[in-house]
Design a protein around this ligand. Sequence first.
Ligand code: GLU
Length: 500
Amino acid sequence: MALATGGGGWRKPANAGRYTPAGAGCRLGAEAEPSLRHLLIILACSGLVTCSQTPSLLAQIQALGELRVVTRNSLTTYYVGLEGPMGPEYELARGLADQLGVGLYIYTPDSFDTTLAELISNRAHVAAAGLTVTPARRTRVDFGPPYGEVYPQLVQRLGAPQVRSLEALAALEDVRLQVLAGSSHVELLERLAKLHPTLHWEAVQTVDVDELLSRVANGDADFTLVDSSEFQVARHLYPELRAVFDVGEPEPVAWALTRRRNDPSLREAVSRYFAALEAEAELAGLFQRYLEPVGDYDYVSTRAFVTHFDTRLPKYRDYFHAAATETGFDWRLLAAVGYQESHWNPKAVSPTGVRGIMMLTQRTANALEIEDRVDPFQSIMGGARYLAQQHARIPDRIPEPDRTWLALAAYNIGWGHLEDARVLTEINGADPDSWADVRDHLPLLTQRQWYSRVRRGFARGWQPVHYVDNIQRYYQVLQWMTAGEQIAEEELIAGPGRSP
Ligand code: GLU
């Protein structure tokens, strides 16, 4: 490069770090000696030396046409679901790439431990991996604005003697406490070990928090330390685990960014992006959608669901797939309906005479031309078709997912009663096209002062409320449990002009 190598009399400024590496362009910095600077300006103006300003990191990303994001696999961050890449971090990264008008290259390293190294070596621009902002990390990378807060939680198996404090944990001998290598939890334990020198742990090289949880669930480890956000989701998949106490203080979570001296361009773009999401209250909604379980957590029913997922669902999965192909619903939604109806038990019978996996009445079965409603395949196909019929009756203007929730309520209580509840919703000034508003008004169908005002009269309006709530919960857990099933690729490229 002409400037760096050619000049007798040229001296590297004391603040060498302000110069970009050789080969990456050049900069006329204020720190260059005045005489030299004048000379360079003259040469540049005369065209004898061409010198361009080093583009900012943001400009480089735009020139590359790609935002490179390193992440980790988790239901709280990024995973490949049946419809492709998903997860809150994926959606956030996708949103920034779209806003910058570039493609998104998102990938997971072999081990979580190397996440920050990906930034430092410039292989990634952003680490969007549910990263806790820690003092040690701050010395190595920049952080975007915190977008959440987590509590580190100690997790153990139900049935094992409960450990209630750090002192008690430190006093245990031969305890297998395993944490993610390179994680904030290792840093936290190192700090805590100064107060509790007998505290021992093992840092496991993996990219997956889920692996640590499954080790504790399987008895390969006694404890792990994970973020509260991780456990919030995991308890639905591992009902045999419990979080016994919070370790330390709440910690902020943010994106880590490649650090470039005197170049805040990416950090500023990320701050603007998050500020806009915050202003539009989109951040909270995004995390809520992924992380907040629908309905209350109930150990017994969650345990049963996980067991039935392994023991019963495999026999009927193909049928749900077939019904999904025919009707256009997600197979997991249909499976969630089947679970709510019968716990995937083809022999289920109710006192009112409904039968089979999808619990069809004889009348519905006749209308659908189902010969044997106890036959699992026929029942699932029949139930899916019946739901599709209800769905088709819901006005087209109602967007998803409300349309599906309303269709499910109709499936449960009947079209007419749902219509009545929508009328009451409207009378009360709420939105009859919104499931949340109709859900609030359905229970009024049990009260004379209300049901007397509508066509079909009394109905057990709270029933479809529980029904839809439960299906939403089962559906969400099924999405979690089947996440990443279809595409096992570690790396995925998604973005304009690049197909996964
Ligand atoms: N937040 C953790 C970290 O930054 C990762 C997630 C976990 O280990 O639960 O290291």
